[in-house]
Design a binder for this molecule. Structure first.
Ligand SMILES: Nc1ncnc2c1ncn2[C@@H]1O[C@H](COP(=O)(O)OP(=O)(O)OP(=O)(O)O)[C@@H](O)[C@H]1O
Ligand SMILES: [Mg+2]
Length: 450
């Protein structure tokens, strides 16, 4: 029963109804036709692209710059030169030199200004003295790996420019105010625990990114870690970096600055992996906590004996297989002595919690297999306990030596004017300062005020 009143619009005649029905049918048919046509076109396009794909060479050369590649998830390119992504080089005369920052083993780094827009940049002039035949491999690797990296905590390589001769090659990078080594040398006290956590989290995130992309840095140390005045770390100096693969290829052991070099490298291993970077990271962690490089050997043998003195001598249980490493035979006299226990104790790191000490000890595990991976470090409870990592915005700023900023004068009494000093007998003071000059130098660093 339909009790609803008829709609006031329901005035169509039977004829009208038939016409409307036929129109609707036509509309439906047209829609179906269009849909079928679209499906046909899509199928044809897919078939065409399959043919095209099968005709492609298996290794294509890149025709344009594309940084959107996800991290590679299997064996990496040991020699991956993206030739087409380098355009013609600019000339270094687009930059005005402001001041030299540092001459390292592989380059001279200066601060400069781009003439067209005033941007402050860092220029690293590659040293060509390491090779007689062509371009130095360190320079090639630095360009290759840095160009492939885009990460908030890896220094930005903007471009590579040339001078007048083919031997004049410069990397143009983001200018960063400090490196951690120079900064630690100038600081009266080490970083606070909350600051150390912020720095470590950033450093580890950069290392995690490299390892995920099959890159080993192989020269992690405080002078290669830059810090800007916004509390941001930028990992730099990729001269030793290279791509690796799984399983790792045979590589040279002559990598990593001595004080940060892992024991397996000192023992001559040719097969190593990301764990060597984690060892260096452990040394950096300790240095941030104490302001002093942790293990300062004079040569390879001395470095190894200092490692054993600090962490205990390895045994077959703590490091299975270490005796078969190439240089292990030379260790017999050391290993024949009674095993030394580890001195990596809380008393050495008064500001470190038990969990922090556990993390540090694991990074400095003599057996590379015992070291945590970068993602495991990032998840470590040490970073979750109090004090929490300090917010970057709250990070202290420092005058930049590289930027030629002067250190602000401390609010301490002014030096007296000449002639004001009361006449005191110098001999009375001789005893007080005896030995202090030696102590200041012997500590391995000197306070350099800008
Ligand atoms: N982008 C940058 N901004 C500011 N300063 C920088 C920059 N890059 C490097 N430096 C400074 O220059 C120093 C040397 O740079 P780098 O480590 O790249 O050269 P290197 O010759 O490979 O050094 P070494 O082999 O001695 O470690 C760094 O420790 C840092 O103080
Ligand atoms: Mg360096």
């Amino acid at each position: 029963m339909n009790s609803k009143p008829a709609s006031k619009w329901a005035t169509n005649t039977e004829e009208d109804d038939l016409e409307i029905a036929s129109l609707r049918k036509k509309e439906k048919e047209e829609k179906r036709r269009l849909k079928e046509e679209r499906a046909r076109k899509t199928a044809a396009a897919a078939a065409a692209s399959q043919v095209h794909d099968s005709e492609r060479p298996s290794k294509r050369q890149r025709t344009s710059e594309d940084n959107s590649d996800p991290p590679q998830d299997e064996g990496a390119n040991l020699l991956q030169f993206q030739t087409r992504s380098f355009g013609p080089c600019g000339h270094v005369d687009q930059f005005e030199l402001l001041n030299n920052i540092e001459e390292g083993s592989y380059g001279l780094v200066s601060r400069g200004r781009r003439k067209d827009n005033g941007q402050i940049i860092a220029l690293k002039r590659l040293k060509m003295d390491h090779t007689n035949d062509g371009f130095p491999v360190t320079g090639l690797r630095e360009i290759q790996t840095l160009k492939a990296c885009k990460h908030p905590h890896v220094v930005d390589l903007f471009e590579v420019v040339m001078g007048d001769s083919l031997k004049d090659v410069y990397l143009v990078m983001d200018f960063v105010e400090h490196d951690l080594k120079t900064l630690l040398e100038d600081m009266a006290e080490p970083f606070l625990p909350s600051e150390t956590k912020t720095l470590m989290l950033q450093i580890v995130s950069a290392i995690d990114y490299l390892h995920q992309n099959w890159i080993l840095h192989r020269d992690l140390k405080t002078s290669n870690l830059l810090l800007n005045n916004r509390g941001e770390i930028k990992l730099a100096d990729f001269g030793m970096a290279r791509y690796t693969s799984h399983p790792p290829p045979k590589l040279t052991q002559l990598v990593v600055t001595l004080w940060y070099r892992a024991p397996e490298l000192l023992l001559g291993t040719e097969e190593y992996d990301s764990e060597i970077d984690i060892w260096s990271l452990g040394c950096i962690f300790a240095e941030l906590l104490t302001k002093e490089p942790l293990i300062q050997g004079k040569n390879e043998v001395d470095q190894l004996s200092k490692i054993f003195a600090l962490l205990g001598t390895p045994t077959n249980e703590t490091w299975p297989g270490f005796r078969s490493l190439p240089n292990a035979k030379a260790l017999h006299p050391v290993l024949a002595k009674a095993s030394v226990p580890s001195f990596l104790t809380a008393s050495k790191f008064p500001y470190l919690t038990t969990s922090g000490l556990r993390l540090l000890s694991s990074m400095l595990s003599m057996n590379p297999g015992g070291r945590p991976s970068a993602p495991q470090i990032l998840r470590h409870p040490y970073f979750k306990e109090d004090p929490r990592p300090k917010a970057r915005e709250m990070f202290p700023t420092f005058p930049s030596k590289a930027g030629q900023e002067k250190r602000r004068r401390r609010a301490t009494p002014q030096a007296p004017n000449r002639g004001d000093a009361p006449k005191l007998d110098e001999r009375e003071f001789a005893g007080i300062f005896a030995g202090r000059a030696d102590e200041a130098q012997g500590a391995g660093f000197s306070l350099r005020l800008g």
